[in-house]
Ligand binder design. Structure first.
Ligand SMILES: [Zn+2]
Length: 969
């Protein structure tokens, strides 16, 4: 640390935040950097929205008292059943609304009197307001014969006496949905004319009672719409609360023939339940490295389905499916998902890449990519199909026993491209549908067909090469990020950001962050999140609102398996409103920013800012209030008395809540805020720098020198056409000092990290630099040419491996290796000699020596004492341009420290205060190299992800810019 003799915080008149125009200014250099980084520019608007505070009423937690879908195959979940003689209640698989089972009950004919066959739920504690929902299907029994014939479907008991019933009731010669109950000792009842009961249909019925002596209520919803309401009645005839709920045929009265009904998906709750939510049924991106999430794989002889790292759309793995040539007949290689519940409408999405197999040879040759089975039989397929001499996307299925098929001319299948394919079926005897979306646009539709040839619901979904027919050559396709849902899925995104910049400008910072890290995100309005199906397709969520408006239950459920980055306001007020009781709110106008991580304690203050970056309030946390969250494992805080960072563990790795204060519109708060987000983001997406940061965030494993070396090895092995590795010397304790080389030119560039063993971020920056140089070499003609013809770059990740291993600045002899060079001193240590020998054999045109700096002070870039004349100008100008590039990339261009605006990346041409024994001095003095010493603000006594990420981003940008702008090269 601290190579500069003097440190000062730079002050100046030009310390202005970047204008929006400046932010998106693209220089030629940025065009190079942009290869790996997407820049999202946006304007920052001033805003004075005041966050809600004080007393806000939140509804109590959604409390489910009972639910059963009969998937156990019996009625054991219930407290009991009751039937009159000769009648019955059981479970069946005939026609479930969801899953495999439903309940069936039957009452026989009764000319006069009451029969019943129902199951019931008893409540330990009577409840004064209660909702009961189930799906009902009337198989037999309509029409009723006479007015006033009826049968009940849901009934509430108050104090063990029947208080009210939702029923089918005949009046005026018409069968109607009706409710009946007591108002005191009088009877009240009401029917609806909006929807009528029919045989052979599933209805979502929800019945409600409020037990109250004056304001009692009965309400009924049919298919999610409130249809019958009786209010302001006395519903306390038998007591003050419901203690039993009946479902089934609760009372069949005067019906002169048998009645048979099915019911399914029963829920009893203290809040409105509504129809069954759409559901994500399956997701897999093959990141387990196999087909472990799938029900199975099927292939014909000689064909294969494998998971491979060759060609992922996202993450590390994708699935590869191959069928070999077949002149006539069918081959296949696919993976499949057997559904745990049979569904009538289903969407299956996969990204598909055709690596080999096109063009097809003859008309009618084809291969399927996604297929639905109904009742175990193939019902329909999305496929590539040749007709009229053209390969087309096509879908085929049954309409009754006839075949229907259709192609699109809007987009054609091609080799070597990822397509987002989504295929849909609605199973219905008249209004059946097949639909297909390609890259998010609906391209093929077949509607109003009979899709029930094999049954009423989809039981299995196939993905891969579901059927390759008559293709006289091999076919290879890749699939990735497969998903199955009962709701439209659309294209793949890693993150969803819930909230709007209009309501909360901090949202823009997330967009910027994700964009900058090439992370696909989808912006959602709070009202878009109605249930789990709206969030379960993502890998992570950002929840950042001022008024809630999203389904908190879905977000909490999501957090059990995924990461949620939450604003503290949402966390305390919407997601966990109970926390309010543990938080004391006081006013302050202090603004500070993050410093370090630690344990969260009672009495710690949580700083809540408003959107303009001003502190809005402090919350004093009383830790016991947090113990209500059983999964709380780590609650960290930044700074001893300011901003807090919670981590509420979910039940899976990479899950839980990250709760942060990031109301940021100023670059200062943005800068601090961004760092809060990094660890959470990198958990979900292994973006380039995150690969290294993970080691730090996870603990001490990143200290491991073996890991650094094995990562360098892996890079060289993966890119052995352009990378070489050599051992340039040994440390005092005999450890190898390695250098990775890229480039075939004659002008040498030497870059080293960890000359000081405890400045570890530089080792990771060195690895990242190697990665970027490879990437640029492969993807950019300018860099390709420079590395191919002009330059040879030596990157030494760890010059002081003994110091790295012992976490000391010095080497094993206790010597500071950066005080080992002429002319200021003589070289005694083997590590310093290794560098000297390398320079002696490969005269450096440019030499870059990386350090960590101290605390939050601005970066200092120092060049050697002995550069002079035009060489000095070249170096300084290259440093300045490099720095400007960094700033224009908006890598936290400036921040605020103790009320002073400070540039990060300030170029400084410091004449060394008598230190002329450093490596830069030697390279400059001995070889006239253009030298840069990078010393940044990453130093900390505890090495954490934040610093290291910053170092990698910052150092890499500066070093690459410096090379590109150095006209000595
Ligand atoms: Zn240092």
């Amino acid at each position: 640390m601290l190579e500069s003799a003097k440190l000062e915080i730079l002050k100046g008149e030009n310390m202005m935040p970047l204008s929006p125009q400046r932010r998106v200014q693209v220089t030629s250099l940025i065009l190079i950097i942009i290869i790996s980084i997407i820049i999202v520019g946006y304007a920052i608007e001033s805003s004075t929205i005041i966050p809600s505070s004080g007393s806000i009423y939140y509804q109590p937690e959604f409390q489910i008292l009972f639910n059963d879908g009969f998937e156990t195959g019996n009625l054991n979940a219930w407290n009991g059943t009751k039937t009159t003689t000769g009648d019955q209640i059981t479970t069946a698989t005939t026609n479930p609304y969801e899953g495999s089972y439903h309940a069936v009950c039957q009452t026989n004919a009764v000319t006069s009197g009451t029969k019943y066959a129902y199951s019931y739920v008893s409540l330990a504690t009577p409840v004064s307001e209660i909702y009961a929902r189930a799906y009902f299907y009337i198989f037999d029994g309509l029409p009723l014969d006479d007015n006033d014939d009826r049968f009940g479907l849901i009934a509430f008991e108050v104090n063990s006496q029947l208080q009210c019933t939702f029923r089918v009731h005949r009046s005026g010669g018409v069968d109607k949905f009706n409710i009946i109950g007591f108002n005191g000792t009088a009877i009240v009842q009401k029917s609806t004319s909006a929807v009528y009961p029919e045989e052979g249909k599933w209805y979502c019925i929800e019945f409600y009672i409020k037990v109250h002596s004056i304001k009692g209520e009965y309400r009924a919803w049919i298919n999610g719409v409130e249809q019958i309401t009786i209010t302001n009645v006395d519903t306390t005839r038998y007591g003050n609360g419901v203690n039993c709920i009946r479902f089934g045929l609760t009372s069949t009265i005067n019906v002169q023939h048998a009645v048979t009904i099915y019911y399914d998906a029963v829920v009893v709750s203290t809040r409105y339940i509504g129809p069954l939510e759409a559901q994500v049924l399956f997701t897999d991106g093959f990141e387990s490295g196999g087909f472990y999430e799938w029900s199975g794989v099927k292939t014909t002889s000689g064909d294969k389905a494998t998971v491979t790292a060759t060609n992922p759309y996202h993450g590390t793995f994708s699935a590869q499916y191959q069928t070999s040539a077949i002149n006539s007949g069918t081959k296949y290689a696919y993976s499949y998902v057997t559904l745990t519940k049979v569904v009538t409408e289903i969407y299956a999405r996969a990204y598909v890449y055709i690596a080999d197999g096109l063009p097809l040879d003859d008309n009618d040759d084809r291969f399927g990519l996604i297929a639905f089975e109904v009742n175990g039989q193939l019902q329909c397929t999305f496929r590539v199909y040749r007709s009229g001499g053209v390969d087309r996307f096509n879908l085929i299925g049954f309409n009754g026993t006839n075949i229907v098929q259709k192609s699109t001319d809007a987009i054609y299948p091609e080799i070597g491209k990822w397509y987002c394919i989504e295929f849909y079926i609605k199973v219905h005897s008249i209004k059946g549908e097949y639909r297909a979306w390609i890259n998010g646009v609906e391209q093929i539709s077949i509607t109003n067909v009979d899709t029930t040839r094999y049954g009423w619901g989809v039981t299995r979904v196939r993905v891969g090469l579901t059927s390759t027919i008559n293709v006289q050559h091999a076919v290879t396709v890749y699939c990735d990020v497969a998903a199955i849902s009962t709701q439209y899925i659309g294209e793949f995104y890693e993150f969803a950001v819930i909230g709007t910049p209009e309501e909360n400008p901090a949202i823009s910072n997330f967009y910027w962050l994700f964009g900058n890290q090439s992370i696909r995100y989808k912006a959602l309005k709070p009202s878009d999140v109605k249930g789990s199906v709206d969030v379960d397709l993502f890998e992570g969520l950002v929840v950042w609102t001022k008024n809630g408006g999203y389904n908190a239950g879905a977000v909490k459920k999501f957090a059990q398996k995924h990461v949620v980055i939450s604003h503290i306001w949402d966390f305390c007020n919407i997601l966990y409103p109970n926390l309010n009781s543990g938080i004391q709110i006081v006013t302050t106008n202090t603004v500070t920013y993050v410093r370090d991580w630690g344990n969260f304690r009672t009495g710690d203050l949580v700083d809540v800012r408003n959107e303009t970056g001003k502190t809005d309030k402090l919350m004093t946390v009383i830790a016991p209030a947090l113990t209500v969250f059983v999964n709380t494992s780590v609650i960290a805080q930044y700074d001893s008395n300011r901003i807090a960072f919670f981590h509420m563990n979910g039940t899976k790795p990479k899950s839980g809540f990250y709760v942060m204060d990031l109301d940021a519109t100023t670059p200062e708060t943005e800068w601090t805020g961004i760092w809060h987000v990094f660890p959470a983001v990198k958990m979900v997406s292994d973006f380039p720098t995150g690969r290294y940061a993970r080691w730090m965030a996870n603990g001490v494993s990143w200290w491991n020198l073996d890991w650094i070396y094995s990562r360098a090895n892996a890079l060289v092995n993966e890119n052995d056409d352009i990378l070489d590795m050599s051992v340039i010397g040994k440390s005092v304790l005999g450890r190898d000092i390695i250098a990775v080389t890229i480039g075939k030119g004659s002008r040498n560039i030497i870059i080293d990290g960890c000359i000081h063993g405890n400045e570890k971020a530089t080792a990771f920056a060195a690895l990242r630099l190697i990665e970027l140089l490879v990437e640029f070499y492969r993807s950019d003609s300018w860099w390709h040419s420079k590395l191919n013809n002009d330059w040879r770059v030596f990157v030494i990740p760890v010059l002081n491996p003994d110091g790295f291993a012992s976490n000391t600045r010095e080497n094993a002899n206790g010597k500071d290796l950066n005080r080992q060079f002429p002319p200021g001193t003589t070289t005694t240590e083997p590590e310093a000699w290794a560098l000297r020998w390398l320079m002696g054999n490969y005269t450096p045109t440019v030499y870059i020596n990386m350090h960590e700096g101290y605390y939050w002070y601005p970066n200092w870039l120092i060049y050697g004492n002995y550069e002079s004349g035009s060489n000095k100008t070249i170096t300084v100008n290259a440093l300045k341009t490099a720095n400007e590039t960094f700033v224009s990339l908006r890598h936290w261009g400036w921040f605020d420290e103790q009320g002073k605006h400070v540039w990060i990346g300030k170029v400084s041409t410091i004449a060394q205060g008598g230190v002329n024994s450093m490596a830069v001095a030697y390279a400059s003095y001995q070889y006239g190299a253009s030298c840069m010493l990078v010393e940044s603000i990453v130093w900390s006594s505890s090495y954490k992800a934040r610093q290291c990420l910053w170092a990698m981003d910052y150092y890499c940008t500066l070093v690459l810019s410096f090379l590109q702008n150095n006209n000595r090269l």
